[in-house]
Design a protein around this ligand. Structure first.
Ligand code: AFP
Length: 363
């Protein structure tokens, strides 16, 4: 279809809204403001070193975020862009992000709305300096009714809702093309930014994640810290045609979850950043509220699956704003296989020499 005939994001949202005659329009306005933020971030990312914001060229911002990581300037800028684009319109009661220790209430002078926004403004930021794809991830929740009714101060607890409660979720990918991939709870749709007119256009309606795959993504340098079900799964993939799976697998790792997730949305695959024994204080690397839940909703809405390996991610009741979690997502049959390996008695551990006395894999 010619680009000029493709629906814009605005048109798509308006047509979606017709199915809900009582909808106020706030929700669409919020998504369009998020899209504006993503366009601005895409622009900053695309400027590369010319924008003067990259680590080697702009220097690292001397601030440390709540995860104990150095924030690069572009992380900070992207966070600001999200806040400024969405705080003013009267749709939000507050927001929370990877880059802010505490929730951000809507400033005095702006109307307060019925939604909460949670986001990772720039996922995969270690890739910025090497000009590899990065992205933004977002999730929209309904604000608790008592927060809306009473006007009391915003609290971190307001955000601690399971992923099943998300009203919408999605990500923007700043790759060779900028894309916005969105679910409002009725399938997943991909929009590509048309740079000529600055509009997102519907290019990938009703994305479906293939249920089977021969591709997996995991940071193999952590293998000595993996739990045995993960070790078993990866070993079986690596054994290829001659192993129990009787087929060869390919491995991919971009170190930018949003880019890995997008590859899986386009052609299937499984992504794992599982719980491991690397640091007992961190039950996984990725964050539940603004990484696992939105990507989980997108996957599930596209027919894929998202899990900790032990239970569906979207069912977990969060306990803190920046909670980390083990995460496995992608092609449904593979994720279910990994869940089965976690549920089965640990015969792999009992028979594999790697888990013997004095082994690296012993607890
Ligand atoms: P940032 O949140 O610091 O950008 O980290 C990106 C990320 O959380 C995720 O996008 C990657 O999948 C993962 O980290 C990469 O981790 P490794 O450094 O272990 O490859």
């Amino acid at each position: 279809m010619p680009l000029s005939q493709r629906a814009t994001l605005t048109r798509f949202l308006i047509e979606e809204r017709r199915r809900y005659p009582d909808a106020s329009g706030d929700f669409n306005a919020l998504i369009l403001d998020i899209a504006i933020a993503c366009k601005a971030i895409a622009r900053a990312v695309a400027s590369g070193a010319l924008g003067g914001v990259l680590g080697n060229h702009g220097g690292e911002q001397a601030s440390i975020n709540v995860q104990g990581e150095t924030q690069k300037k572009l992380d900070v800028i992207s966070n600001e862009v999200f806040m400024r684009a969405t705080e003013w319109g009267g749709q939000l009661a507050g927001m929370a992000s990877e880059e802010m220790d505490d929730p951000y209430p809507i400033p005095e002078g702006y109307p307060r709305g019925n939604y909460l926004l949670v986001f990772d403004p720039l996922d995969g930021s270690s890739n910025i300096d090497v000009n590899v794809s990065v992205g933004s991830i977002f999730s929209i929740l309904r604000a608790p009714q008592d927060l809306i009714d009473s006007g009391r101060p915003l609290a971190a607890e307001d955000f601690l809702q399971p992923g099943t409660q998300q009203m919408a979720a999605g990500y923007a990918l700043y790759g060779p093309a900028t894309m916005l991939v969105l679910t409002v709870g009725s399938g997943v749709h991909g929009f590509t930014l048309d740079p000529a007119i600055g509009e997102f256009k519907l290019t990938h309606p009703n994305i479906q994640v293939p249920p089977d795959t021969q591709e997996f993504a995991i940071n193999a340098s952590n293998s000595r810290f993996w739990e045995s079900p993960v070790k078993r799964y990866v070993d079986e993939c690596l054994a290829g045609k001659t192993g129990p799976r009787a087929k060869d697998f390919n491995m991919r790792w971009i170190a930018s979850m949003v880019a890995d997730a997008h590859r899986i949305m386009m052609r299937g695959g499984v992504f794992m950043y599982p719980r491991d024994t690397k640091d007992p204080s961190k039950p996984g690397r990725l964050r539940l509220l603004y990484e696992a839940n939105p990507i989980g909703m997108v996957m599930e809405q596209a027919g894929g699956r998202a899990s900790t390996g032990r239970e569906p991610v979207l069912g977990i009741k969060p306990t803190s704003l920046h909670q980390r979690i083990g995460l496995v997502f992608g092609s449904r049959n593979e994720v279910e296989r990994i869940e089965r390996y976690h549920a089965e008695p640990d015969s792999y551990r009992d028979t594999n020499p790697l888990f013997a006395e004095r082994s690296l894999f012993r607890d």
